[in-house]
Design a protein around this ligand. Structure first.
Ligand code: ASP
Length: 351
């Protein structure tokens, strides 16, 4: 059973949503394997939490999950917990495994429409019980940011973010790039929202802000009839055909080369044309970590446009996949999904 438990009362309060991941694991002394542990044990490992002059409550996934098992149901659960507790807390911290954190951060950024409070995702590369852990620092800094407000009471960062090591990043711009270093995440196409050093330096030019606070609109409908097709030299017609013929498939993230380029072969272009004419949404996302799709730049990209493929601009694959699930969940017609994929709806692309 999932549960909420409270630590200390005050005006400022943060809800920690503990989903699982390395941050909440300990090494079983008998087997040496990493196992999940309870949030109460986590508090014992981080006595510093008691020093916060704010109230910190927790909501725990029971059982906690490795983020390889994250899925739309778990995203809905996080959205529900945030929405149900929205008025009671200054901000939210989601403890999450690193492997799929960028997908969850992207999904939440779409599902929590008109968010006006911080939702900070963090995790760690080493379990919190290990002496050299990066988890304590990530957890403590995330709580500080989730609780941070301007003098007039407005939250500092009313966005879904990923906090890792010394950067605060817009969640739907992040990608996990390192399975070893503590500095595991990057936001290649959008500046950091804050730099973490002796001070936490916020970049208010980059942080999203509504002139007048809006009311949160939580969304729960997602349609997972989406696939990723990554191009490589030598890709066979039967591979492309097999993916585009999946029954019920509604959208494909096409991972292309460089600034959005793909083969000029007749079989390839005509197969894509047939799919788009039949209503499939195909979004062009570059395989490069940084930079944007520019389909008008080379002939190879231009022909993709001609067969109905739309640009994902500088979106990450994680953001494109979850945005498609979100838009398809609204039952929009393919033309409308194509239009909205080319427009930022939560700061996920730069035009
Ligand atoms: N496998 C773990 C997870 O993503 C890795 C981590 O937390 O860093 O849940």
């Amino acid at each position: 059973m999932d549960k909420i438990s409270a630590m200390k009362p005050s005006n400022t309060s943060v809800l920690l949503i503990y989903t699982g991941g390395t941050i909440g694991m300990f090494e079983n002394p008998e087997t040496g394997a990493l196992e999940n542990f309870d949030f109460e044990q986590l508090q014992k490992q981080v006595p510093e939490l008691q020093k916060f002059p704010i109230s910190i409550d927790s909501y725990q996934f029971n059982p906690p999950i490795d983020s390889s098992d994250m899925n739309p149901d778990a995203w809905r659960k996080i959205v529900k917990v945030v929405s149900d507790n929205y008025d009671r807390y200054t901000g939210f911290v989601v403890l999450h495994g690193t492997d799929t954190m960028a997908y969850t951060a992207s999904a939440l950024s779409f599902m929590l429409e008109d968010l006006g409070k911080p939702v900070i995702l963090t995790g760690s590369q080493l379990p919190i019980g290990v002496l050299r852990t990066d988890g304590k620092e990530n957890l403590i800094t995330s709580i500080e940011i989730a609780a941070a407000c301007h003098p007039d009471g407005r939250p500092m960062v009313p966005e879904v973010c990923v906090l890792f090591e010394n950067h605060l990043m817009r969640g739907n711009r992040t990608t996990k790039l390192n399975a070893e270093n503590f500095n595991a995440f990057r936001s290649y196409n959008y500046p950091h929202l804050a730099e973490i050093g002796i001070h936490i330096k916020y970049d208010f030019m980059q942080i999203h802000r509504e002139k007048t606070p809006l009311r949160l609109h939580p969304h729960y409908l997602l349609d997972t009839n989406v696939a990723i097709l990554k191009l490589f030299p030598g890709i066979q017609e039967n591979v492309v055909d097999a993916i585009l013929s999946i029954p019920g498939l509604k959208a494909v993230v096409l991972e292309t080369y460089g600034s959005g380029n793909a083969p000029l072969s007749e079989w390839f272009l005509s197969r894509l044309r047939r799919a788009t004419q039949e209503g499939m949404v195909i979004v062009n996302v570059t395989q490069c970590s940084a930079g944007s799709v520019e389909m008008e730049r080379y002939e190879t990209g231009y022909y993709l446009q001609q067969v109905g493929v739309v640009s994902g601009y500088d979106t990450t694959t994680e953001s494109a996949v979850t945005k498609l699930m979100f838009l398809l969940g609204h039952n929009y017609a393919p033309e409308e999904v194509r239009r909205l994929m080319q427009k930022p709806i939560a700061g996920e692309i730069t035009l």
